[in-house]
Design a protein around this ligand. Structure first.
Ligand code: GLA
Length: 402
């Protein structure tokens, strides 16, 4: 009897697990999305220019692969005869396949946006009731990524709606990353691992370090508010199923320090790295932040562990991300407007992380330290580590067993 029950359990698990295409995002997806800078002002020329600059700027070489068009790519109505989605004829006079082909020819991948409701958040046709038809259309256009939003969904069950779309993608037989965007409203981390590769955990980001932007009926959140918004969900993230802290605002109005802190924290939190700035006009500083291979390597670490907050002291957070091969990343993030000197005695901060099963006693094991942004060796864990963390900035360390 026990054996039969076990067999049933294994079959069910395999069946549920097999729901989405597997292994499309073993490390957090990296790319670019149009929304933060362009909202619905998108068109064929913009896509081509962004694709060109993704390559020219070094973003592609750094790992940014997906070029995703957010809300606003469609005409206001579906085709009256077929019911198919129609691209806006003025913005995309040559259709979607033309831009997909252009992006693919650059060695990049292409994504689109739609919504589980009757309309998208900007009022274009939503997918409700057209899931299988739209998935077929996306497969025919050869897209690689679908962001799926949650406006106009009154009375709809979130898990069911996202599961239906996930199944529709599978049925259309083209491996497409499925990015759930229901803002964490129905705790997707608890049920979405078999459904998609990433799920938003919060409302929309706003390009400030620690403000909240009140739009009347809803609010968008500065960087620290998103970081703080979900304290206890890191155990749900891992290879092929990520907590999504939203598209980034690096290079879109914050100071260089703030951009560095924002980017570093998205890397520490194993968040997808989806840039949201205008890639055609980047400062040297923006490019150097977004393409820093050593910082990105922490985000893309194959172990896929989301960092935990180890302590908060004198306005400085200490975040720890266990990495592959017994390495560790440690980030000191200064929330205040003044420089703060940190003095960190590793011996007094053993690692005991039950989520990743990482136990380190620095009295027994010694590590060499590299300052990841400065690219210099910074001693070992045998000594007290000391550094000044500038306002709204970070010091990021990588530790390697000696
Ligand atoms: C919602 C999403 C955003 C963006 C807009 C588009 O607000 O959370 O990321 O996709 O809709 O309308």
């Amino acid at each position: 009897m026990k054996k039969i029950l076990l067999l049933i359990a294994v079959t069910i698990t395999l069946f549920v697990k097999a729901q989405k295409f597997q292994n499309l995002a073993l490390t957090p997806p990296m790319g670019w999305n149009s929304w933060n800078t362009f909202a619905t002002n998108i068109n064929e020329k913009l896509v081509m220019e962004i694709a060109d600059d993704m390559v020219k700027s070094g973003m592609k070489d750094a790992g940014y692969t997906y070029l995703v068009l957010d809300d606003g790519w469609m005409a206001m109505e579906r085709d009256s005869i077929t019911g198919n989605l129609v691209p806006d004829p003025v913005k995309f006079p040559n259709g979607i396949k033309k831009v997909v082909d252009y992006v693919h020819a650059k060695g990049l991948k292409f994504g689109l946006y739609n919504c589980a409701g009757t309309k998208t958040c900007a009022g274009y046709p939503g997918t409700r009731g057209y899931e299988y038809q739209d998935a077929k259309q996306y497969a025919a256009w050869e897209i690689d990524y679908l962001k799926y939003d949650w406006c106009f969904t009154e009375g709809i069950n979130s898990k069911e709606a996202y599961t239906t779309m996930s199944k529709a993608i599978k049925a259309a037989k083209r491996p497409i990353i499925f990015s759930l965007c229901e803002w964490g409203t129905n705790s997707p981390w608890e049920w979405a691992a078999p459904v998609g590769q990433l799920w938003r955990i919060s409302g929309d980001i706003y390009n400030c370090f620690d403000c909240i932007k009140d739009w009347g009926t809803w609010k968008s959140l500065g960087v620290t508010h998103i970081i703080d918004s979900r304290k206890n969900i890191r155990q749900y993230a891992g290879p092929d199923h990520w907590n999504d802290f939203d598209m980034m605002e690096v290079g879109h109005g914050m100071s260089v320090n703030e951009d560095r802190a924002h980017f570093t924290m998205w890397c520490m939190l194993a968040s997808p790295l989806i840039a949201g700035n205008d890639l055609r006009h980047m400062t040297k500083e923006t490019i150097s932040i977004l393409t820093d291979k050593d910082v990105i390597a922490i985000n893309q670490d194959k172990r896929g562990v989301q960092a935990y907050l180890e302590q908060q002291q004198d306005s400085v957070d200490t975040w720890i991300k266990p990495l592959a091969d017994n390495e560790l990343a440690i980030c000191f993030m200064n929330r205040s407007q003044k420089p703060v000197t940190v003095s960190y005695n590793f011996q007094q901060h053993p690692v005991n992380d039950t989520v990743s099963n990482t136990v380190i006693d620095f009295a027994k094991t010694s590590f060499t330290i590299t300052d990841v942004w400065k690219k210099v060796k910074a001693g070992t864990t045998k000594k007290i580590f000391s550094a000044i963390v500038p306002p709204h900035d970070v010091v990021l360390l990588r530790l390697k067993p000696e």
